[in-house]
Design a protein around this ligand. Sequence first.
Ligand SMILES: Cc1ncc(COP(=O)(O)O)c(C=O)c1O
Length: 397
Amino acid sequence: MTPTLKTDIAERISRISVSSTMKVAAEADKLRREGVDVVDFGAGEPDFPTPDNIKQAAIRAIEQNYTKYTPAGGTAELKKAVCERHAADFGTSYKPSECVISVGGKHVLFNLTQAVVQDGDEVIIPVPFWVTYKDIVNYAGGKCVFVETQEENGFKLTADMIEKSLSPRTRMVIINSPSNPSGAVLDRAEFEKIFEMTSSRGIYLLTDECYCHFLYGSSPFSVASLPGAKDTVLVAGTVSKTYAMTGWRIGFGLTPESLASAMAKLQSHSTSNPTSIAQKAALEALSGPQDSVPVMLAEYRKRREFVVPRLRQIPGVTCNMPEGAFYAYPNISCALGRNGVNTTLDFAARLLKDASVAVVPGEAFGTDRHIRISYATSMKELAASPGGNPVRPAFVG
Ligand SMILES: Cc1ncc(COP(=O)(O)O)c(C=O)c1O
């Protein structure tokens, strides 16, 4: 008898969905290949080239044949550089044994969640959230508990909001400040209260510091610098945005030693080490001159001040001024329910079709009245969108 072929996809794959931001990027790319001049506000990616000193470090690595396997959890010199950079920027005191280097910040978050979250564990995620959190929690068998924040209050999260959602099954709280997509920055006092609440209950507080250097009003702060934080605070960091290195794929975790080892173990059976050459580049990024960072921040500030007032000029559109990161998150609900546009997904599709402008629908981030506009794209692109206004075309016709 011929055996029946088992071609089903494993159940755990159905727990995750295709990243909406990647979907937008793919659609925009397809149009571009068809010859359409797409104005792309979809990708959360700096348009700046990687600074030259970083590129030169990678070129040297290749020339010196630094092209072999490294330890799975990253090189000793890079871990040391991560700890020293974090200490210099935030006053923390991590040791290299408490550090793991992974293939981008996303990989850090994935491994960390796999290593911490067990079946049925609850993970608190403030809304709006970065798309990937919910998928990686679901993939790990955890349960997402969403905490709504309000646009009217600047999408500000408070310790009280989190407290209401705690349960005996709460395993972890995820904070992303500045936030992708809203640009909201968590007040330091609230961050401290959240830390007290989670640490006193033995709950992990995962702080995603992806945009921690892109702040327009406040000074950089890491909750990991608070006394006693190292037992329960888990830091996920990346060089992707800070140094315009999205394609290099280097991120880092700063966690208790046992967790860093667990993450490295998981990595040793999946990706093995992050690319040796990219690790040399990240070493230069973290330990070399830091002057490219304020230059990029100044440019993002200019773009923020270009984009937000223009969005606000559109009748019915509201938009908070982002306090960090490089995203505007306007409320476009006034355009819904007419012209066949009922959801922000419809809105984004229509904008791409009619005006060749790519944005990410708010559904991806857990809200149904907003779209995300990345202004990490160039000023030329921002001004090139029809009428010099990123979303106006969708309101016409
Ligand atoms: C909030 C947030 N965290 C983490 C990441 C991961 O960045 P990467 O994997 O490129 O280092 C991103 C990327 O967009 C992000 O927006």
